[in-house]
Design a binder for this molecule. Structure first.
Ligand code: DX5
Ligand code: ZN
Length: 218
């Protein structure tokens, strides 16, 4: 049974009205704030960093879910913990010593997520799945919001769910990229627990209602 959590991605928010956008998420049925940190090296885009996260943390009434798209993410684990981050995810493709990094995140008191790019097979998680608190499957190539959803993600979720069950892992499944009102239900049915949504939420006429529709999909 999947959990149907929604994590609006603040990358798609209007930064001139960031406080109001955070307020919308606070008053909605959303579960987490998804915050995309990009360094222009691991991905071809730069987003935002500590000062913005610190400001969001001050007014956010829901847990912060930080998705690191940066090289050598270990350098900043402690800083994110100090900012009040609850969920911290790192890319399999960005870390050499993934086992150590996952444990460092957990030892700091945060939940640890492992992220896979669209081309990275679920099978690479075999030895780490029992250690991870969640797995984030990218359903677009990371770097930008507003991209088209990659349909192969449905089967990938099913393969990941099977691995999680076989290994008796408690890991939740998070999906990120191109999530909308058409695919949300199918993603939950395939086994997703958490859906990230950027443009679908913040480009909507009524973001609060859209978050509710995403949560009740499927
Ligand atoms: C992409 C980011 C996503 C992005 C999702 O690299 O990881 O979190 O903000 O945006 P949408 O939902 O617009 O595809
Ligand atoms: Zn993300």
């Amino acid at each position: 049974m999947s959990q149907h959590l929604i994590a609006p991605s603040m990358l798609a928010a209007d930064f001139t009205r960031l406080g109001e956008e955070v307020g919308l998420v606070n008053q909605s049925v959303a579960d987490w704030f998804h915050l995309d940190v990009m360094d222009g090296v691991f991905v071809p885009n730069i987003s935002f960093g500590m000062p913005v996260i610190k400001s969001i943390a001050r007014v956010a009434k829901k847990p912060l879910d930080v998705h690191l798209m940066i090289v050598q993410p270990e350098r900043y684990f402690e800083t994110f913990r100090d900012l009040g981050v609850s969920y911290l995810s790192i890319h399999y493709e960005a870390v050499t010593h993934l086992h150590r990094a996952v444990h460092q995140i957990k030892e700091l008191g945060m939940k640890a997520g492992v992220v896979l790019n669209p081309h990275t097979p679920v099978s690479v998680l075999e030895e780490i799945i029992t250690e991870a608190d969640f797995v984030l499957l990218m359903s677009v190539n990371p770097g930008f919001g507003g991209q088209q959803f990659i349909r192969a993600t449905y089967d990938k979720i099913r393969r990941l769910k099977k691995l999680i069950q076989e290994k008796g892992s408690p890991a939740l499944i998070e999906i990120d990229g191109g999530v909308d009102l058409n695919n949300a239900g199918k993603l939950f049915q395939a086994g997703a627990d958490i859906l990230v949504a950027g443009n679908t939420v913040f480009s909507a006429a009524d973001p609060v209602a859209t978050i509710a529709s995403l949560k009740n999909a499927g």
